[in-house]
Design a protein around this ligand. Structure first.
Ligand code: NAD
Ligand code: MG
Length: 298
């Protein structure tokens, strides 16, 4: 039998065959170009009906963590809408094909998260194409390193906040009227929220904001029966990193600082999103679930 997410393994030795390699891609980067290939769970994720009949919207569902989450959700029985940038159409179509193979309804909804009007249309289109909405995963994000604050342009600062924070606000606000009790919202923060890197001042600030937004909104929506939580990944092998998420000289060491001594794979994040999306986590709200290779968090 081949390995699935329930197979017991030595987590320190898992994925020893996927070592980070220097490479540069223009933003937003494509999984199709990532070398070596990341594991999105294509071959390994096994569903057991944990999200049967649910309807999910996942931003940035074309690649990386969002794509691995989309695959897991579909195999757990959820209909899935994914958003992504138009230039990521090839990645998005590959993932859409994998989702359709799971026998669920799939919507592909390209556009720019920095645009409030697109964010509102995205929610309306997801609702109409899936026939409703009860899981929202805010996952799309921008990370571009800058060595010095002097080099951090107003435009980048604005783009990072628009993509990571404003889009989450616009999409969540538009989604709320559609979310019945039992629905869940899952935001994507980062280890950077607590341990900001010197070269990621704007990005880390957005991730701390996402944690606070998650906890405040969780308190507001809990009485309505809507749970809000976050997942905080550590260093994960996705196109975000080689497309100026990190300097080239840091890519080869990517993840070496974790207690496991390795980077994580998107497939290792998906079960965290499934847990927070499913009814199993009925008493979990305002939580940040860290999936970071063992780095201490507050
Ligand atoms: P990724 O590049 O595969 O996914 C990010 C996605 O964001 C892209 O695929 C793209 O579709 C979307 N996006 C970016 N700018 C956009 C825009 N203007 N309009 C529309 N879509 C846009 O990388 P990933 O690492 O899987 O990132 C997913 C999330 O995980 C992000 O929020 C990221 O901050 C977070 N995260 C990643 C890591 C890591 O090490 N990879 C660590 C912590 C947190
Ligand atoms: Mg992508």
């Amino acid at each position: 039998m081949s390995r699935d997410q329930y197979t017991f393994v030595n987590p320190a030795e898992l994925y020893a065959d996927i070592k980070p390699q220097k490479q540069h891609m223009p933003e937003p980067g494509l999984d199709a170009d990532l070398t070596p290939k990341a594991d999105l769970g294509e071959e390994s994720y096994r569903g057991t009906g944990r999200l049967q009949g649910r309807k999910a919207l996942i931003t940035g569902g074309d690649s990386g963590i969002g794509a691995a989450t989309a695959i897991a959700f579909a195999r757990e029985g959820a209909d899935v809408a994914i958003s992504y940038l138009p230039e990521e159409e090839t990645d998005a179509q590959r993932i859409a094909g994998i989702l359709r193979d799971a026998g669920v309804t799939v919507a592909t909804l390209p556009g720019d998260l920095r645009d409030a009007e697109y964010c509102r249309t995205l929610v309306a289109d997801a609702v109409s194409q899936l026939g409703g909405l009860d899981i929202l995963v805010n996952n799309g994000g921008k990370q571009v390193f800058q060595e010095s604050l002097a080099d951090l342009s107003d435009e980048q600062f604005d783009d990072t906040f628009k993509t990571n924070v404003y889009a989450m606000f616009w999409i969540t606000k538009a989604a709320l009227p559609h979310l019945a009790p039992g629905s869940t919202i899952i935001n994507t923060t980062s280890i950077q929220a607590y341990s900001p890197a010197a070269i990621l001042v704007d990005y880390a600030s957005t991730k701390a904001t996402i944690n606070a937004f998650t906890k405040g909104l969780a308190a507001q929506l809990a009485p309505k029966g809507i749970r809000v939580n976050a997942v905080a990944p550590g260093p994960i092998w996705t196109p975000l990193q080689p497309s100026d998420g990190q300097p080239q000289e840091k890519i080869e060491e990517f993840g070496a600082e974790t207690p496991f001594g390795r980077m994580g794979q998107p497939a290792e994040l998906a079960p965290a999103y499934v847990f927070l999306a499913s009814a199993e986590s009925s008493y979990v709200a305002g939580e940040t679930l860290n999936v970071n290779g063992g780095m201490p968090t507050p």
